[in-house]
Ligand binder design. Structure first.
Ligand SMILES: C[S@@+](CC[C@H](N)C(=O)[O-])C[C@H]1O[C@@H](n2cnc3c(N)ncnc32)[C@H](O)[C@@H]1O
Length: 369
């Protein structure tokens, strides 16, 4: 059992980074690109006259909010640049990578990136929350992009202890009043995000956001993983290996809003006056691992490999938050939690499909009225 006296486990802040797990383009990122790229190409065709007349000294600016190391958006960005350069071959391009993670991952990626080798393409990594203002790019951003990031809530605006529950570990596991608290938090955070984006964008500038979503019927990203962790933590509590306070404090500070919640928010007057919703599309990316392994589940070694892979994926998403919930003297339980998670996936192999709601918004302004 953890030493309760040592410290209050809710006192530390959640910092949902997962840089160590990113360094190659994921199948999920490719699936997102297949839907987002045609939309961006069609948008660029629509603004081709503006691009053609842009002065080559004023760069075309694109931002990736929650970029991690930048790898997953790199092929998409290359293709967008090719489209822009087809209209204005000498136009300079500025890429902004925004994340709260340490910049080391980005530096490593950029060192050998094909984007870095493209003429007239510059990049900047800004280590800052996407919920904060970016005055340095006010009125300068042409395209904002984000994938698989905006479900993370802003942990800085609430007191330590906001993210907690006696036995659940994530807001989508909750119902009714208990869930409402997190829905309101998400709503407030996204209002801030869209307010800041509308300051950053040029008139007619666009946002392309691939957001993880809850499609109902318990279809929300990695739900099997989160539900297993909740059950593992309850077991550890019953066995006296983690305290009641730790069980309460183990909580992942994200929320997968439903597409209806997203659209209802974007229909609020303040947002609607600044940004117009052009499209909203739902899609499910099947679990890459489960599909590959599903015919080999009778083979114990293969089954074990699948279980380890699934547990590894869920660990990348959740371990920093789970670790914060554990008391300083009891951090060793992290290994036990993910080892038991692997056992649960071995007992009941199940895929982790990712549900997305893809939003395209354009900033209203003189050139778009
Ligand atoms: C699942 S990763 C997605 C990375 C990449 N966009 C992709 O598609 O693979 C989520 C990223 O969001 C970042 N993140 C979480 N909250 C953030 C915040 N408030 N501001 C900026 N980045 C944040 C994390 O550090 C992490 O790199």
């Amino acid at each position: 059992m953890a030493d309760k006296k040592k410290s209050d486990p809710t006192a530390s802040r959640y910092l949902p980074t997962m840089t160590q797990d990113y360094s190659r383009i994921s199948d999920t990122a490719r699936a997102v690109e297949s839907i987002v790229l045609p939309k961006i190409i069609s948008y660029i065709r629509g603004i081709a006259p503006r691009i053609a007349h842009m002065h080559s000294e004023k760069p075309f600016m694109m931002a990736d909010y929650g970029a991690d190391d930048g790898v997953n958006s790199s092929e998409l960005f290359e293709k967008i640049i090719t489209q822009i350069r087809a209209v204005n071959p000498s136009l300079k391009i500025k890429l902004l990578y925004v994340d709260i993670a340490d910049r080391a991952g980005f530096d490593k990626f950029w060192e050998t990136s094909r984007l870095a080798q493209m003429e007239g393409v510059d990049a900047e990594y800004i280590r800052r929350s996407f919920y904060e203002p970016f005055p340095e790019i006010a009125g300068k951003l042409d395209i904002g992009f984000s994938s698989t990031s905006l479900h993370w809530l802003d942990t800085k605006t609430v007191k330590a202890g906001f993210f907690q529950h006696p036995f659940c570990i994530q807001a989508n596991q909750l119902a009714g009043k208990e869930r409402r608290k997190f829905v309101e938090k998400w709503r407030g955070d996204w209002r801030v995000f869209f307010r800041e984006c509308s300051v950053e964008l040029v008139d007619g500038g666009a946002l392309f956001l691939a957001n993880l979503t809850d499609l109902g019927h318990d279809c929300w990203p990695a739900s099997a993983g989160y539900n297993n962790i909740r059950n593992v933590c309850s077991e550890l509590y019953q066995e006296g290996r983690i305290s009641k306070e730790e069980l309460n404090a183990i909580f992942v500070p994200d929320y997968f809003a439903t597409p209806q919640e997203m659209k209802s928010l974007l229909n609020e007057n303040d947002i609607k006056q600044a940004l117009s919703l052009k499209s909203s599309e739902e899609m499910t990316v099947p679990c890459a691992y489960f599909t590959k392994w599903q015919d080999k589940l009778d083979d114990a070694q293969e089954r074990s490999l699948l279980a380890a892979t699934l547990a590894h994926v869920v660990r990348a998403w959740s371990s920093s938050s789970v670790g914060i919930g554990l008391a300083p003297g009891n951090k060793g339980q992290i290994e036990e939690i993910y080892s038991r998670l692997k056992d649960k996936f071995y007992e009941t192999p199940v895929g982790l499909p990712y549900q997305y709601c893809l939003l395209e918004l354009v900033k209203r302004g003189k050139s778009t009225e």
